[in-house]
Design a protein around this ligand. Structure first.
Ligand SMILES: [Cu+2]
Length: 370
């Protein structure tokens, strides 16, 4: 009997070893293919700012400084310095507690979400965890075999069953109300006059297009880490050309990608939208304070996924207009575009009104005509 069992165990062991070896081989193949693809793809990628170097990380510091000098030469616009950095992660060494939670929030949605986390979710999670831990300890101590040799045969208790059904329902309702309201806030449609910026993910950098201001595109590559540190900017987050936007007004951020799926994420502005090739995703963003806000691509997109940071610079409207002019943009088409959008929206509203005969809008129109 012993030898048969040993044989079976040996066979099983061999099978398991084979399975593990196969798994490793598959993983190696997958990673090898990914690395090979990356090396093939890298030199062929278009790179508008640094045509002489294919990899964004190898940006020549002189070129980057020249770019910065060119920026500061725009009349009426002053690029924000390191003292204006607001949205960035905190290092564990600097502040252990802060490094483990959310970044400070700089708009209404972010503040609301942070409040929901701090005032609703965390207290509920803590109370439930402590309560269950207490129950477990009580059972372990009070009903151990030594203290309670004859176990109870009780199987049903109507009161307890009602309580442990109703209380979780109430807890879920308490969570659902702010949760659904936050979800709705996040999908609020931007107003007609919102400023459109299209963020395009490329392997491995970002492009920011301003369609209403002439359609110019800003190509944004990560700064060389040492170069960024020299300028007092955070390494692996600072870029050569930031996405400059006006502060305090609604922005219509559209995200898309040119090659693979990327994700445009700004933790301190409670903003994240996937950038999918052949598709436009749209979400409203409002930034409350002037400043620099850092984010990162948040969808695994290839070898240099970790090196395509996002830097948004929010400046007052007049400075932003000066910057747009400095980039060769114009404001002539902005109103035309806004009017065109309004026409489309009115047409859609008109369709909706037509189906709803007793529309109040029709009534007010008639009143205005009189
Ligand atoms: Cu990416």
């Amino acid at each position: 009997m012993g030898s048969v069992e040993k044989m079976i165990t040996a066979t099983r062991l061999r099978e398991t070893t084979h399975a593990i070896a196969l798994l490793f081989a598959a993983l190696l193949l997958a990673f090898g293919a990914q690395a090979a693809l990356a090396t093939i793809a890298a030199p062929t990628q278009p790179d508008a700012t640094t045509p002489e170097s294919a990899m964004p990380g190898e940006t020549d510091p002189v070129t980057a400084e020249e770019a910065a000098a060119a920026d500061s030469s725009i009349p009426g616009y002053e690029p924000l310095g390191p003292e204006m950095i607001k949205g960035q992660p905190t290092a564990f060494e600097d502040d252990a507690l802060k490094s483990m939670t959310f970044q400070d929030q700089y708009n209404a949605n972010g503040e609301y979400a942070l409040w929901m986390h701090d005032a609703i979710l965390m207290p509920i999670i803590t109370i439930i965890s402590l309560f269950v831990l207490g129950l477990l300890l009580w059972v372990v101590v009070r009903y151990r075999r030594g203290a309670n040799p004859v176990a109870s045969k009780t199987t049903h208790n109507t009161l307890i069953e009602v309580v442990w059904t109703v209380i979780p329902i109430i807890i879920l309702l308490v969570i659902a109300v702010p949760s659904i309201s936050l979800l709705a806030k996040q999908y609020e449609t931007p107003p007609k006059d919102a400023i459109t910026i299209k963020a395009t993910g490329y392997q491995w950098y970002w492009g920011y297009t301003y369609p209403d201001q002439g359609g110019f595109e800003i190509i944004s590559n990560m700064l060389d880490e040492a170069d960024a540190m020299d300028r007092g900017l955070p390494g692996q987050l600072a870029v050569d050309n930031r996405m400059v936007v006006p502060v305090g007004v609604p922005l219509r951020i559209q995200t898309t990608a040119a090659d693979v799926i990327h994700s445009f994420a700004l933790p301190s502005l409670w903003f994240k939208n996937d950038a999918v090739p052949g598709r436009i995703n749209e979400k409203m963003l409002i930034i409350d304070e002037p400043g620099i806000y850092y984010g990162q691509c948040s969808e695994l997109c290839g070898a240099r996924h970790g090196y395509m940071p996002i830097a948004v610079e929010a400046v007052p409207m007049d400075q932003w207009r000066a910057w747009v002019i400095g980039q060769g943009g114009s404001f002539e088409d902005a109103e035309v575009a806004a009017d065109a959008r309004e026409e489309v929206i009115n047409a859609q509203d008109g369709d909706a009104a037509a189906t709803d005969a007793a529309s109040t809008e029709g009534g007010s129109d008639a009143a205005a005509a009189e």
